[in-house]
Design a protein around this ligand. Sequence first.
Ligand SMILES: [Zn+2]
Length: 462
Amino acid sequence: MLKRLSLITLALLIALPGWATELEDEERALERQQEENAPAKPKPPHIKAPNEEVTETGKAPPDSTTSEPRKALFLLGETVEPGTFATLHWTPDQSFASIATPVPILVAHGSKPGPQLCLTAAVHGDELNGIEMVRRLMYELEPEGLAGTVVGVPIVNLDGFRNGSRYLSDRRDLNRYFPGNKNGSAASRVAYSLFHNIIQHCDYLVDLHTGSQKRVNLPQLRADLENPDVVAFAKHFGGITVLHSPGVSGMLRDAAVNDGIIAVTMEAGGPNRLEEKAVSYGVQAIETLLENLDMRKASHFWGAPQPVFYESKWVRAAQGGILLSEVKLNDKVKKGQILGTVTDPISNTGSAIIAPYNGRVLGLAVNQVVHAGFATFRIGEEKSTEEVEAQAEEKAKQSSEKGDDPQSQTEPDNEDKERPSEPAPEDQRPASATPESADKTPRKQASASTPTLTEKEEQTSE
Ligand SMILES: [Zn+2]
């Protein structure tokens, strides 16, 4: 069974071309804005109980906890019997029906009651590590012994995947259009279809991504740590790194949480490549999740079960030129330490990129040519679990006192806003050329060019 998907996947992966660039012109930006401004649907009053089954309408029937026989799953117009594995097909209403290619959906419907966990990968078509994670996880599940249901979507953005592109075929970023609009743009319709046909059936969602734009991420969860349910969920993944990230409007994770589905993003590695270590790490973390949700016994789980929480910021290049890193992912760094250098290849003038505080390297740009203002190193500052939990509880309390939707209180950090040409902040002046520029080594003008952190974070992933 393992071979079924792997051969096809591997054959396709070998042929993938290189980078794609996003072109979101003003018209599209406006269009998306208008869709976002449309009246939001009210948030459901509570999150579905773990043992609820899904019916054809997507609504949960009355409780089916203990003695009742396990029911069949109805999804995408098909019936999946308890204790069985099925491959279903989702056809986003994207192009004309006669040439539409259905997207395969893998379903393991356990013989025992339990939660419905959804795993989505390749919402960005060039992010391959998640595809392999879903394959490994789905084909190791044994539905007879499983409590609950696991729905895996190995390649959400099939068009992008075929083209080796992050984007949809119309060059839109699908992960900015959720929950979608059935009468909206092409991307918005695809988002709507996925969200309403699959995502709304989930109790929990893990959306799998990698870094983007020649950046790589340490395997990590992105989670809104101001939401106590999300904090509790993040703790089920074992000793993984968890970054606080409230999410940005239009992201699948954000839309799911707003709809009462507990969701996180898992980031691992970089795009356009398959990284065995990152994949294994992610699989192990999700196996730990299955164990902790009491869905099945994991084949192996982590000795150190606590996640490590971080607040993080990107440090940007102060000038354009050739970026060379001096640190690796997961390195611990000290305030003032040189993280890397950027050197103008013509004038041989350079500047150092300096760690602004003590922390850990959670994401970085691979060595490449960069422009001034390019986000180069993501440095995380550790927070204690107690501190994170207390803050989430406090936030939830404040929201309930005000009677507000906690999501509307969240100011997104726009970490993943994709505007590659975003200008460098004014206070990041390029290092000036000096008369003695014939030196072999670039001068490091750390004091003049220490990068600052900006409130608006650049798109780097998700
Ligand atoms: Zn992504």
